[in-house]
Design a protein around this ligand. Structure first.
Ligand code: CP
Ligand code: NVA
Length: 319
């Protein structure tokens, strides 16, 4: 596999390999210090970032590669020169582009024009690195996530879409709780069924906050994504009934975890009492961005070394 644009492109085997490798990277970081020596990676961000930028930069350093950051003020992709020309320059210098674009189509075009790997660092449609870290975090808690229910409440946009794919690939059940006008993308239920590795796993949509009943984990994201600031007042009013409070968490009827990709807007989509609660996983999710992205970079840029590592590991387990 050359690119990492959408989790919907992964096979269950590839998904499990990435999760397994992530666990190895987290528990034995020193085994992976020189996995991508001489590999150059550019981080191109059209919008701000704390977690994604820093975890990629740090992860690349820890793996022995070189990272260069292209600021979002300078990354006006396709404006100063044609996108195809930008891509054809970048491929001459870099082995991989980690790109955060407003438009998902721009990211796809970059991957078509550039003859090197492209990683989706968030578009208007998907956030696959985030969902990889999220399921990894749940696996650390439960070991087996199959059959567990992840409920997403709020805006059914980018983060929600990647969670649909991640939950399906992991054999989880998925519930989307959103206003009727903010449902996940058309065709999400069909994608869930296609990707699902568990014949009994279900997916549902509801516009009622009661839809989170039975959820083992409740996930939310901002009500105003980057680029939507002009719609803020209308959105804040529309999503108000979907705020995650201790009372809403109690409606699951279980001791559920709370999750958020961050940045959070405290006391908008989630109250302090929930995000700061012992059942909140938000900083574990953030930490795990580093580990899973290191696994991803190795998997894309050093597949032979990864195969050799996995093979040796199997051999060690047989001994
Ligand atoms: N969750 C996430 O992608 O955070 P940043 O926007 O800070 O990168
Ligand atoms: N939905 C949010 C996610 C940020 C990580 C956004 O697009 O701004």
């Amino acid at each position: 596999m050359r690119d990492f644009i959408s989790l919907a492109d992964l096979s269950p085997r590839q998904w499990n390999q990435l999760l397994h490798l992530s666990r190895e990277v987290k528990s034995r970081p020193s085994n992976f210090r020189r996995m991508i020596p001489g590999k150059s990676i550019v981080l191109i961000f059209e919008k701000p970032s704390l977690r994604t930028r820093l975890t990629f930069e740090l992860g690349i350093q820890q793996l022995g590669g070189d990272a260069v950051y292209l600021d979002y003020q300078e990354a006006n992709l396709g404006e100063r020169e044609a996108l195809s020309d930008v891509a054809k320059n970048l491929e001459r210098w870099f082995d991989c582009l980690v790109a955060r674009t407003f438009s998902h189509q721009v990211l796809i075009q970059l991957s078509e024009y550039a003859g090197c790997s492209v990683i989706n660092a968030l578009t208007d449609e998907e956030h696959p690195c985030q969902a990889l870290a999220d399921v990894f975090t749940l696996m650390e808690k439960w070991s087996n996530v199959e059959g567990r229910t992840l409920a997403y409440i709020g805006d059914g946009n980018n983060v929600c879409a990647s969670l649909v794919h991640a939950a399906a690939l992991s054999g989880m059940c998925f519930t989307a709780v959103t206003p009727r006008s903010r449902q996940p993308y058309a065709g999400w239920e069909e994608d869930f069924r296609k990707l699902s590795t568990n014949a009994r796993a279900t997916c549902h949509w509801s516009d009622s906050p009661d839809g989170i009943r039975g959820a083992d984990a409740v996930y939310t994201d901002t009500w105003v994504s980057m680029g939507q600031e002009g719609e803020a007042s209308e959105r804040l009013a529309e999503f108000r009934p979907y705020q995650v409070t201790p009372e809403l968490m109690a409606r699951t009827g279980k001791d559920s975890f709370f999750m958020h990709c961050l940045p959070a807007h405290r006391n908008q989509e989630v109250t302090d009492a929930v995000i700061d609660a012992p059942y909140s996983l938000v900083f574990e999710q953030a930490e795990n961005r580093l580990h899973v992205q290191k696994a991803l970079l190795m998997w894309l840029l050093a597949p032979k070394e990864v195969d050799r590592y996995l093979h040796l590991e199997k051999w060690a387990a047989w001994k």
